[in-house]
Design a binder for this molecule. Structure first.
Ligand SMILES: [Zn+2]
Length: 230
């Protein structure tokens, strides 16, 4: 068998290896997904914090109005002489004071909630910053590594025609068919009597005959096999 078939296989194996290495590189997809998830959480926390702030301001307005009303009713109570008015004003003041107590409590709760959300926002902001740094790092790494692999692949591809052109049409056809059938490794080599692709020990008879054949195939896996003259 023409040794060039094996040379071409070795070159194609290198090209395939480089292409697989490129595919295996981390292009930053998962880091970007993580970053986007953090950003979504941060935006949601900011919206929630704004909502809590608005509710708190509106309750504070209600508290102010309630306190003003309490002051007014107290003034009226001070100047009232009718027993019926006094009783009504006192009932009103009990209700107002109860409402004020509830508003005070609600405002305190909303302040706590706002502080918790503020803490969470700060945590998420620092997490987002880390995520963004991670993405930038991985993307830069990917660019340099894939660039290096592209360069190596391009050099191999440029070298390929010179080798491929040394094959006869029949050899080219056999090579192509075997390459396809065996998913990229269509030509093996007998190394110390063993098929380099499937690892089977080849018989003495096979090795002797194969050395002189144009397209010998491994007894076990069926790949074209280069058997050097012993
Ligand atoms: Zn084999």
């Amino acid at each position: 068998m023409n040794r060039v078939l094996l040379d071409l296989q070795q070159l194609d194996t290198q090209i395939l290896g480089l292409s697989r290495a490129k595919k295996a590189l981390d292009d930053g997809t998962s880091a970007r997904t993580q970053r986007d998830a953090t950003r979504t959480l941060l935006e949601a926390a900011r919206v929630e914090e704004r909502g809590v702030g608005q509710t708190r301001r509106s309750r504070e307005g209600e508290l102010e109005a309630t306190e003003a009303k309490i002051a007014r009713q107290k003034a009226r109570l001070g100047s009232s002489s009718s027993a019926g008015d006094v009783a009504a004003l006192e009932r009103d003041l009990v209700g107002l004071s109860h409402a004020r107590g509830e508003l005070d409590e609600t405002i305190l709760e909303l302040m706590d909630e706002g502080e918790e959300l503020q803490k969470r926002i700060e945590q998420l902001e620092s997490e987002l910053l880390k995520n963004e740094e991670e993405v930038a790092l991985i993307e830069a790494d990917f660019a340099s590594q894939s660039g290096a692999l592209d360069k190596q692949m391009a050099a191999k591809r440029v070298a390929r025609p010179a080798i491929a052109n040394m094959l006869s049409p029949a050899e080219t056809e056999k090579y192509g068919a075997s390459f396809k059938k065996f998913a990229g490794v269509g030509v093996s080599e007998a190394v110390k009597g063993v098929c380099s692709a499937c690892g089977t020990s080849l018989s003495r008879d096979f090795l002797r005959d194969a050395a002189g054949e144009a397209f010998p195939q491994c007894e076990s896996c069926g790949r074209l096999i280069f058997v050097g003259a012993s």
